[in-house]
Structures are given as C-alpha cells and as structure tokens.
Design a protein around this ligand. Structure first.
Ligand code: AMP
Length: 214
C-alpha cells in the first residue's frame, strides 16, 4: 500500500505517520526530515535547501523529486508520505514515478485542522533532538520540561516554528499545497480525518480506514 498524508504544517501528519508506519509496516517518507538530516550533516544538498527552509518557503519541485526518487529507488515496503507532495507539480511527478514502477497511490488522507489551531500548535511544538518525538508544550508536554520522555535528549524549537516563519508557511500551504485537495478529491481514494481531535483519537480513526488492508 502507498499512502499520502495531506494537511497544514502542524496538522499532525508527522505524529500520525510515525504511528501508522509502525502499525502497517510501511516506510515513513518525510521530505522535511530528509532535508533536516542533510542540513545537520552540512551536506551540499543541505546547503542547497537551507535558505528555503529557514524562510518557510518550498524547496524547488525538481530538486525535491530528484532527492525522493534517489532515496526510494530500492525501497520495497509500502510508502507513507508525510509532507510530500506539496505542489500539483510534485503530485504529477509522483503519479508518473508510480506509473513507471507499475504501482499506484492507494489512499490520500487529509488531516483537517482549522488554520487558527495550526498556528497555535506550531508555536507550541517542540521536537526531540534525539529521536524526533513531537511534543506540544500546552497539550502534551514532556514529564520533565525541555527533555524527551523517550530518550532524555533536549527538546528544541524548529527554526521554522519560530513566530515570524509560521505565518509564511501557512500562506505557502494555502497558495501551493491546498490545490492538491481538489487534485486528489475526485480520485476515489480521498479520505478525510478530523485532525482537531487528540492524536490517539486521530490515529484510531485513520487505522480504522485501513483495518485488514496492509
Ligand atoms: P516539514 O517538516 O514537512 O514541515 O518541512 C519543513 C520544510 O522543508 C518546508 O517548510 C520546506 O521548506 C521543506 N520541504 C519539506 N517537504 C517539502 C516538499 N515536499 N516540497 C518542498 N519543500 C519541502
């Protein structure tokens, strides 16, 4: 199975993707995580994407597609996309890539969260510098402030979760990513989940969509 999670930054795609990929034995593909790893390694690719990321803008489609195809060429598990595609051009590139491999997208899940709630969540989001676990300092704080419950590493605020960048990312979503809803809505594989519920409740609803299908 190949699944795409769609939604605003901060809608819970990353959190749900971690749960779902484990549950269904799928490979979690987060283009944001790939780029953050390259930034941390200070690789040439990291240097190329840095300015887009810190400004809250999208990395150019051609580069995103190249990186993804290279990373996924030998992966045989089902793919669970989180944060990709983000433009219609990326969606078309993905369709062509799947077609060339005799595969298809089985489901697109739109995690629906109101814009105001997303802005609040991004401002309160902290990410573990060790294992990547995501916290919300208001609704799901760690037991000990600033420290991951799982691996005890420090929690960080992502550069692009700083107030001045959040507004830009929300606007970029509306301009460039929201058109994907109509791109996929008519495809017969489109599902919607209420992302304003607690993460566990959202996960249960999504898991119910795929019970017995993986
Ligand atoms: P994310 O972790 O998915 O919110 O992504 C963080 C940042 O990485 C985005 O704001 C973009 O700068 C870049 N990025 C991640 N995925 C993509 C994508 N599919 N297309 C373009 N840029 C991306």
């Amino acid at each position: 199975m190949n699944i795409i999670l769609l939604g605003y930054p901060g809608s819970g795609k990353g959190t749900q993707a971690k749960v779902l990929s484990q549950k269904l034995g799928m490979f979690h593909v987060s283009t944001g995580d790939i780029f953050r790893e390259e930034l941390a390694k200070k690789s040439p690719l990291g240097a190329e994407v840095a300015s887009y990321m810190t400004a809250g803008r999208l990395v150019p489609d051609k580069l995103v597609l190249e990186v993804l195809k290279a990373r996924l060429s030998v992966e045989t598990r089902g793919l669970l996309f989180d944060g990709f595609p983000r433009t219609v051009e990326q969606a078309e590139g993905l369709d062509n890539w799947f077609e060339s491999r005799g595969q298809a997208i089985d489901a697109v899940i739109f995690i629906n969260v109101p814009e105001a709630e997303v802005a609040r969540r991004l401002g309160a989001r902290r990410t573990c510098s060790g294992c990547g676990k995501i916290y919300n300092v208001v609704t799901s704080p760690p037991a000990k402030e600033g420290v991951c419950d799982v691996c005890a590493k420090p929690l960080l605020t992502r550069e692009d979760d700083k107030a001045e960048v959040i507004a830009r990312r929300i606007q970029v979503y509306k301009d460039q990513t929201e058109p994907l809803l109509s791109y996929y809505r008519s495809s017969g594989i489109f599902h919607e989940a209420d992302g304003s519920l607690a993460p566990e409740a959202v996960a249960a609803k999504i898991a119910a969509m795929f019970a017995g299908k993986a």
